[in-house]
Design a protein around this ligand. Sequence first.
Ligand code: PMP
Length: 420
Amino acid sequence: MTQFLLPEFRSQFPILQQVINGYPLIYCDNAATTQKPIPVIQAVASQLEHCNANVHRGAHHLSANATTLYEQSRDKVAAFINAPAREQVIWTKGTTESINLLVATIGMQRISKGDEIVISVAEHHANIVPWQQLAQQCDAKLVILPVDESGRIDVEKSLPLVTEKCKFLSINHASNVLGKVNPIQSLFSKAKSVNAITVLDAAQTVAHLKIDVQSLDVDFVVFSAHKMFGPAGLGILYGRKALLDAMPPYQFGGEMIKKVSFECTQFNEIPHKFEAGTPNLTAVIAMGACIDFLSSDQYQQALQYEQDLIAYAYQKLNQVKGLRWLVTKSPDLPIFSFTLSSLHHQDLASYLDSKGIAVRSGHHCAMPLMQYLQLSGCVRVSLAPYNSYQEIDTLVQCINQFVNEDFSAAAIADAQQSEL
Ligand code: PMP
């Protein structure tokens, strides 16, 4: 392996060269979406330029080429997550749609009155609302696992909550707010012992950790391409073959059928059974380039560097006066969520934006978690291996300026008032 060279790695992301509000862009919102490297950008352009035709309708050359590339991407994703077979990789619009697909199909098949669906308190809305709606529709119960002060699901308190009534355990691998990797194995083992279906929301981990669906021994895994340097509008649903085979289709139309008459329809095999209509073929084809990027030696080096970056950022941010972490100890992923005593999270985010620094503030699509932590919201700094130590220094310097000079909306309003 060659040694990781940050400038070389960074130069693959043209968007990072931008100047925002007169300052070089410092992009620290990677848990929301990651930026795209040149090979992915080129794959998008190349598909549109050279290979644009509908897939699986192979009457002509272009369509055959598009189909080959499209299905090659499925092979690459299957290998990337160690799926036993390529058919177990289903294209969706994103993590959100993958979960909605599960709820509408196997969820509807398996949930009835009095059953329990188990999630954690630190789920993204995408892994709450669909299950909640299913529970309401079927007179079932949503059971909520607690997190401990370290920000991980509290196994000791959670295991007794996974009972014979549990039909689904659907939890995140790591929360998009807390950045800690959950102890999923013991929870999945318990779920298996009561014959519950296990679902892993790997949206936040897939770009940072090896996801091996076979060693995880999980029934379903969901994630989004856009959080792993790939295109937006594309998600993945991995599923156990026997379960996918037994599930009804999610949507109906072209592609998902074998034979149609006005009297009845014979559905296609997996994966096509779940891929009704013309897919986002640009994104799927570009996903092949994305997987190549993530599988490269350079990216493996980048992940090692990322560990150092996490330690550096944690130690630097820790020195900010009045900064309160949401959880104890350094995060496992480069996700740093905090509040600043008496200063509003949105004011800090706006101040940082004025300095060209992109962070996120608010509830991060995890309102129940904010209620649990008794917060109205927080600031989230989320990094990727293209971030540098200097960027962390600048970020911390700007947060310190904000804290020391009090640029909060209230202070600015007070100052304006006194000028009148
Ligand atoms: N789950 C988690 C843990 C997430 O972080 C996100 C995105 N923030 C989602 C689900 C939803 O992903 P998408 O919006 O790409 O469907």
